[in-house]
Design a protein around this ligand. Sequence first.
Ligand SMILES: [Zn+2]
Ligand SMILES: [Zn+2]
Length: 355
Amino acid sequence: MRDQIRKFAIGASASICIAFAPTAPAVAAATADRITILYDAFGDDPAMKKDWGFSALVEIGGRTILFDTGDNAEIFAANVKTKHVDLTKIDFVVLSHRHSDHMAGLAHVLSVNPHVKIYAPKEGFGIYGSSLPSSFYRKDESLPADMRYYGGAPPQTMIFGAAWPKANFELVDKTTEIAPGVTLLALVSDAPGTRELKELSLVVGTPDGLVLVVGCSHPGIDRIVAAAATINPKIHLIVGGFHLVVATDEAIGKIVVALKDTYKVAYIAPGHCTGEPTFAALRRAFGADYIYAGLGKTLQIAALVPPGKRGEGPHMNGEDAATYRRLARRDDPFGTGAWKRAQASAASQSADLRP
Ligand SMILES: [Zn+2]
Ligand SMILES: [Zn+2]
């Protein structure tokens, strides 16, 4: 009889394993998925050089993406070396926006990998280069040729140079899926001081939801998350700068509520321009789901179990446990022995009645 109890226990634990088995393949496939912070002004790794700015190496789904390049090429190069990052092996670079604390390290990237694809926001007359049809400006044919642009015969397309003329830029104007499951969100800031600034944010789909990497969030982290949620409302992780360094407690509170309650973001790993009071507020709100993302830190994505799959096993309350103990004390806890005996006796009776 004791064997039966043991069998039940094994059966129960086996069914628990089965119940949580669906997480296993996704986690197994994603064990290499990670994000390493290469540039930031806070951190606990003495081997890394702190400076204002942001860069992260995003390794997800077999791709290696360099998101932003920091504020100073020498410091960026030193941090890349400390973390043993091989910049010749990256698939592409994303420059979130034209602020120097996100792109000054590009000079170093290009020195080791001059032809790497670089996604950057498309801006008229921007430093990444641009072009416009020459029809954009008004003409005055009454003027003599030497007072007219291009002597009155402009090229059809006017090309404006980039600060890195030989770099392989691909300029992004609107939200675009650049590879299966990898999307660049293109938003424009409406905030005083950065009005019309375009910014790209990186969204990568995973079996547990979206991983969102943001540079400075000038268009507003709430607007960026809202845009990401149109791809998949399940936001697994947000990493990067939320641009709340000078925000009031009230403004911070609204963002925290939006991330935690409206968008139900599972994990939050703020950095860069998120701001010290916002770090504190997010840590209070997210508790164990606040992931420390200081300079040099590597976030293992597979270790971040989504809320719906956090399997401590079926919870047994006090009453269940007492019932279980009472049943376990019995010889035939689930009545299966009695049922078998009844079946056997019925069978023998019917056998006896056989002609
Ligand atoms: Zn910025
Ligand atoms: Zn910034």
